[in-house]
Each structure stands twice: as structure tokens, then as C-alpha cells.
Design a protein around this ligand. Structure first.
Ligand SMILES: Nc1ncnc2c1ncn2[C@@H]1O[C@H](COP(=O)(O)OP(=O)(O)OP(=O)(O)O)[C@@H](O)[C@H]1O
Ligand SMILES: [Mg+2]
Length: 249
């Protein structure tokens, strides 16, 4: 029996042809995938593309949880790349959750007269907001961009693990497929794996090499046979183009 005649597991295409080729179709449904990358490598554009493609080609509802920028700036930047999220919002296929407030919660804050840890309050707020909107809107696709501000408030890895686990479990409790972005802290062979890499079910790595080439690599994708080679990609006016058969030197 050839692979194509077997019953296909439901896959969610990213709409980025080269990436879908590496994934042999797309992401498995209901997974939480980490998009780990260096600054400015296109993490936000990649997850926006994933949402936009689902909404426009598969009539799927999607949510963007923005930790880095307010809705207006996000909408404007994505419109310049051909993604009209304003239109999707009017059609009730898209919601933007502005979670930028979390960055402004100080380390120590007060609820009434009681001093509480600001970072815990921020986390609880974010998880509550996510849970509430998932229950109300029931999206099929979620992007959370980025988790760095949230989790780097916990410098100690033992403390950071349960925070990420809570977040991943909250996202898994819905039926949606999630892309969550995070900053790559170190590069090179000696780099220590970040806890979010263990806890996510899949990891995409975006790197900017010294020669100016940008590469995308699937580091892991539980339960899926994928192409694990680093492949070059470019950001263009229409989004991201991955050269799925090109080698990186
Ligand atoms: N029309 C375009 N053509 C080519 N490159 C573009 C275009 N629009 C944006 N870019 C590039 O895309 C990159 C920004 O993409 P994006 O914001 O998704 O990156 P990011 O990884 O989310 O960044 P950050 O770490 O700041 O969050 C920049 O390097 C920018 O130069
Ligand atoms: Mg970004």
C-alpha cells in the first residue's frame, strides 16, 4: 500500500508551500508547536501566515495572542504583507487578544492590601484570558507571540518548567492547533535546550546565519515523519518562501 492511499490524519497546512512540504502536508491537529528563533527572523509573520491561511482557505476560526504589540500595529504590519486580519475580524473568523499589559505588571504588586508576586498575577491573568477566549470562540488555530516575556520572568529553569507546562496544557485543552513563539537564547552546538523545547510537541527553529542566509529547521515533530534538514527561506512582500529542496552550506 502506498503512503497516499492510507487514511490521512488531519493536517493543518501553514500556507507556506515549502514548509508544508517539509511537514509532509502540515501540522497534526491539536498540537502545540514552538517557533523558536533569533530576533527578526520572521516568527510573527510565520504564525500570522498559519492563522490567515486557515481562515481564508479552510474557513477556520483563529486567535492571535499578542504579548509584544498592540492590535493596531499588528494589523497594520500584516496588511503590508497581504494579510487583512481586519476583514477576518469583521467576518468573525479572527480575534486579537492584546496581552501586552503583562509586561507592565511589576514584580511586586498589591491586590487590595496584600502584596502578591506580579509575575504570578501576570501568568494567572494570561491563562484565564486564554481559557475564556478559547471556550467562547472555539478557534481551530491559535498563535501566541511570544512567550518569552512571560517565561523569562522566571530565570530559574525549575521555576520556569511548571509555568510553561501550565500554558501548554491550557492550549492543549482546546481542540485547536497552536504555534507559540519564543526567543532563541543561544546558538551553536553547545547550546542548552530551553524547557519550552521539551514541553512543546513540535519545534521549528529559525536562524540567521553569519553569511546573511536565514534557515528553518524542524527540530522535532512528535508522531510525524518530517524533513529535519535546515532549509533556506526568505521573507518577501507576500510572506515567507521556504526552499524545501535546497541544501544549506
Ligand atoms: N516586505 C518585506 N520584504 C522583506 N522582508 C520583510 C518584509 N517585511 C518584513 N520583513 C522582514 O521580516 C522580519 C520581521 O519579521 P517578524 O516581525 O515576523 O520577525 P520576528 O522574529 O517576529 O521578530 P522579533 O524578534 O522582533 O519579534 C524583519 O527582518 C524584516 O526585515
Ligand atoms: Mg515578533
Amino acid at each position: 500500500m502506498t503512503e497516499s492511499s492510507e487514511p490521512a490524519e488531519e493536517r493543518l497546512g501553514s500556507g507556506i508551500n515549502g514548509l508544508d512540504a517539509l511537514l509532509h502536508g502540515g501540522f497534526s491537529k491539536s498540537r502545540v508547536i514552538l517557533v523558536l528563533g533569533e530576533p527578526g527572523t520572521g516568527k510573527t509573520i510565520l504564525c500570522s501566515k498559519f492563522l490567515y491561511y486557515g481562515a481564508t482557505h479552510q474557513n477556520q476560526k483563529c486567535i492571535f495572542i499578542g504579548m509584544n504589540e498592540p492590535q493596531t500595529r499588528f494589523m497594520k504590519e500584516m496588511k503590508a504583507l497581504g494579510m487583512d486580519f481586519g476583514k477576518l475580524q469583521k467576518e468573525d473568523k479572527f480575534r486579537y487578544i492584546d496581552a501586552t499589559d503583562i509586561r507592565r505588571i511589576p514584580e511586586q504588586t498589591k491586590v487590595g492590601r496584600i502584596a502578591v508576586g506580579g509575575r504570578e498575577l501576570g501568568l494567572v491573568n494570561v491563562l484565564d484570558t486564554i481559557q475564556e477566549s478559547l471556550a467562547k470562540f472555539e478557534p481551530q488555530r491559535i498563535a501566541i507571540d511570544s512567550i518569552s516575556d512571560l517565561v523569562f520572568r522566571y530565570p530559574n529553569v525549575e521555576e520556569r518548567r511548571p509555568v510553561i507546562l501550565d500554558l501548554v496544557e491550557t492550549l492543549q485543552s482546546s481542540n485547536a492547533t497552536t504555534l507559540m513563539t519564543s526567543e532563541l537564547l543561544a546558538t551553536g552546538d553547545q547550546r542548552v535546550l530551553q524547557p519550552e523545547e521539551y514541553l512543546a510537541e513540535g519545534v521549528l527553529l529559525l536562524r540567521s546565519l553569519r553569511n546573511g542566509v536565514t534557515t528553518i529547521q524542524i527540530l522535532k515533530m512528535r508522531g510525524q515523519n518530517v524533513d529535519r534538514h535546515p532549509r533556506p527561506y526568505e521573507i518577501t512582500d507576500s510572506g515567507i518562501e521556504v526552499m524545501a529542496t535546497e541544501e544549506v552550506y
